[in-house]
Design a binder for this molecule. Structure first.
Ligand SMILES: [Zn+2]
Length: 264
């Protein structure tokens, strides 16, 4: 399996990061994508990808931090995006739920990173909270000027319903589900899990956040991804093995990842 969204650089793992990676491999999670939130976190994620052959990295600026993304920081992201272990840009997007950065800064930072992704022809990882309409409008405009030789990116930790899912898929996005589906009672969102086309469906942990059932209350980690896979399987009426196989193939395509050759 591929954990397509893991904050492996988080300080929550400082005491036992090597064991966290080893537990993931033992649980069948053979590849993990370490997600950058700003320059420091992107650099740290890249260092992890250099250390562990099963880890790839992204370079990005989270909407919460967008007020601090200036020209210098953007140039640093561009530099990091050229690292051979970087497979996407992000996470980027809009978060009007918390508004830790002013909405105008969020829009500016989001569009600047989309522009960079187009130049570099890299997929993007989108964070969207309480901002689906505007995120969709920005992505639609961006997609029009994109030389579509590949799908465009991932809507991470997707929280919307079937109609929103279908619009993102139509635009060329993958839909990624996290541990929330194991405890959420949101019927609309669970219907999107059921109806997402297999070739656009991904799974993630978003660890150390969003710990799935039955590990609620503990720190999340990539080794818990099978719980998300199990829930997706249950909702779609398929076997966990089948969902693991399908989402792994889709993740490889989404991020142009090599075959997994097994634990070292
Ligand atoms: Zn994240």
């Amino acid at each position: 399996m591929v954990d397509t969204h893991a904050h492996l650089d988080a300080s929550a793992y400082d005491a036992d990061r090597a064991e966290v990676v080893a537990r993931a491999l033992a649980a069948g999670v053979g590849l993990m994508i370490a997600i950058g939130l700003n320059a420091r976190s992107s650099q740290a994620s890249i260092q992890l990808a250099e250390r562990y052959p099963q880890v790839y990295a992204t370079a990005g600026w989270h909407p919460h931090d967008s007020a601090s993304l200036g020209a210098e920081e953007l140039a640093e992201l561009a530099r990091l995006s050229r690292h051979p272990r970087v497979v996407a840009l992000g996470e980027m997007g809009l978060d009007f739920h918390r508004n830790y950065s002013p909405p105008d800064d969020q829009r500016r930072a989001f569009k600047a990173q989309l522009e960079l992704a187009r130049e570099r022809n890299l997929p993007v990882i989108i964070h969207c909270r309480d901002a689906h309409e505007e995120t969709m409008a920005i992505l639609e405009e961006w997609a029009q000027g994109h030389p579509r030789d590949r799908d465009l990116g991932v809507i991470h930790c997707f929280g919307g319903g079937v109609a929103e899912m279908a619009r993102y898929v139509g635009l060329g996005f993958y839909i990624s589900f996290a541990g929330g589906i194991t405890y959420s009672g949101d019927r609309e969102n669970l219907a999107a899990v059921r109806d997402a086309p297999a070739e656009h469906l991904l799974v993630e942990t978003d660890c150390p956040f969003l710990t799935p059932v039955p590990h609620r209350g503990q720190r999340n980690e990539p080794a818990y991804l099978p719980q998300v896979v199990k829930k997706v399987a249950q909702i779609r009426g398929q076997s966990p093995e089948e969902i693991a196989r399908e989402t792994t193939a889709t993740a490889r395509r989404a991020f142009s990842l090599p075959e997994w050759s097994g634990p070292p």
